[in-house]
Design a binder for this molecule. Structure first.
Ligand code: NAD
Length: 481
């Protein structure tokens, strides 16, 4: 049942006030295809108003707050998120089709981002620089001003936490454009931010279509930094739009992330990571481990164990808390199934059984495991954004590195081996924003800088590193003789 909300979900939040828009869009529950509610379809005029509100906050109460006070606002917000975990979980379960346990983990991660960045707000220092005789030189970390945040539907809470959280910590005022497919937790977050005492205009939320509200935000001359997570194609569009205003952009665009299993790996430790990092959120994870590279000596055993794990997974409506819920939409299901046609010549070694009686309007797909798959096959190269993994056998360490680095992406990689020297060699050799050794963190790790190389994007969010990205450096050189 759709919960009672403390705001109208068809409204937008600008300068602390909820307001209606001229047009709305239907928001659909991907578990059964039913309509949850109407959401706003923000226009360019709404985006203009949101950017103006953010600039006013920046010029007014928010811009005057000390780092300590900003941190306290964020810390209070973190507590409010924790106080409302049940409601946030319900909203994400209905809106994204995310199984309850995964939705709850995201809500708790959102609180954790607020805590982390709340604590960090007054701990980012400039430095003093030795210079010429008679000078004192130092640097100041300052906010960009107004930051735009364009967020996808797959992990709304985590992505809002990592980008908006860090931007607020550094004193930026934010305009948040959540995805048209899932925006309820973004609205709830904005409601809680109001309660936490952020001055009006500090966080403005404008749901709507990417081609309308998103594009208007990306090209807005009043925005001083853009953070985008989503598809490569949209990322390119956003970078092009931002270039017209010469504005910095953080792009997080997904990947084709490998986990590499050597013959000496502890397979009991590895197995849950190998499978869950591919199937979590029905495979709709930018850092999903969609390629599993396995050294020949353990190939058959890993394939057998992963097959068993696929057979044991459950599929169902998100509210029934299965292992795997639906994809985000019927549109995304159609896209995924079209991409999967490329697999028709490959050996499919496991399928999770599809239960009977699923709601007919739900966007369900069957998780599939393929192997062995040639490393240059489309299924081993392209991001499908669904519950599919490919197994790729290899012989030597050199082969593993070459295959792992052999896509256009580079977001996350995992290495499973007991050999310490090999761990260090692989950590250096892998072209990837993150390398996990004997573990794998698809999406996890609030404290850990995260971002890609190649078509996975550029810029880093999460951890302290994000605070540098969401601020600009001023050098002050004083000549005093
Ligand atoms: P998308 O990239 O089109 O949408 C992501 C966000 O960008 C949404 O808020 C959307 O409204 C906005 N947007 C879309 N077009 C825009 C534009 N022209 N200007 C400004 N903002 C715009 O993603 P999608 O269509 O929802 O999904 C398509 C594919 O993208 C997926 O199948 C998947 O491969 C990829 N994707 C990746 C991630 C990730 O975490 N890396 C997340 C979501 C989707």
């Amino acid at each position: 049942m759709f919960p009672t909300l403390p705001f109208d979900p068809s409204h937008i939040l600008i300068s602390g006030t909820w307001r209606a828009t001229a047009h709305t869009l239907p928001l659909v529950n991907p578990s059964d295809g039913s309509m949850l509610c109407q959401i706003a379809r923000s226009t360019k005029a709404d985006v203009d108003a949101a950017v103006t509100a953010a600039q006013s906050a920046q010029d007014g109460a928010w811009g005057k707050m000390t780092a300590l006070e900003r941190g306290r606002c964020l810390t209070r917000l973190g507590q409010l998120v924790l106080d409302h975990v049940d409601l946030l979980t319900t909203l994400e379960t209905l809106d994204v089709g995310k199984p309850v346990t995964q939705a709850r983990a995201d809500a708790i991660a959102l609180a954790r981002y607020c805590e982390f960045y709340g604590g960090a707000a007054d701990k980012v220092h400039g430095e003093t620089i030795p210079y010429l005789d008679g000078y004192t030189v130092y640097t100041l970390r300052e906010p960009h001003g107004v930051t735009g945040h364009i967020v996808p539907w797959n992990y709304p809470m985590q992505i809002i936490g990592r980008s908006v959280g860090a931007a607020l910590a550094m004193g930026n005022a934010c305009v948040l454009k959540p995805a048209e497919d899932a925006c309820l937790t973004a609205l709830m977050f904005a409601h809680l931010a109001k309660e936490a005492g952020f001055p009006d205009g500090t966080l403005n939320v404008i749901p709507g279509l990417g081609s309308e509200a998103g594009a208007a935000l990306a090209r807005h001359p009043g925005v001083h930094h853009l953070s985008f997570t989503g598809s490569v194609e949209t990322g390119k569009t956003i970078q092009t739009l931002a270039a017209q205003n010469v504005v910095p952009v953080t792009l997080e665009l997904g990947g084709k992330s490998p986990q590499i299993v050597f013959d000496d790996a502890d397979l009991d430790d590895a197995l849950p990571f190998l499978v869950n990092a591919g199937l979590q959120n029905a495979g709709q994870t930018c850092s999903a481990a969609s390629r599993i590279l396995i050294q020949r000596g353990v190939y058959n055993e890993v394939a057998r164990r992963m097959t068993d794990a696929y057979h044991a997974k459950t599929i169902g409506p998100a509210t029934s808390n299965p292992d795997i819920g639906p994809l985000i939409s019927i549109r995304q299901k159609a896209r995924f199934e079209t991409l999967l046609e490329a697999a028709h010549t490959l050996p499919c070694i496991a399928e999770t059984p599809m239960p009977t009686g699923l709601p007919p309007g739900g966007a369900y797909v069957q998780p599939r495991l393929y192997g062995p798959v040639p490393p240059d096959h489309e299924l081993a190269q392209d991001e499908l954004f669904g519950p599919v993994q490919v197994l790729i056998p290899f012989d030597t360490e050199e082969d593993a590195i070459q295959i792992a680095n052999g896509t256009l992406y580079g977001l996350v990689a995992g290495v499973w081996t007991a050999n310490g020297a090999r761990q260090m060699r692989l950590a250096k050799a892998l072209k990837s924003g993150q390398v996990f050794i004997n573990n794998y963190g698809a999406g996890g790790g609030v404290e850990l800088p995260f971002g890609g190389i190649g078509k996975s994007g550029h810029g880093r969010e999460k951890g302290f590193e994000a605070l540098y990205g969401f601020s600009t450096l001023k050098t002050v050189a004083a000549k005093h003789g």
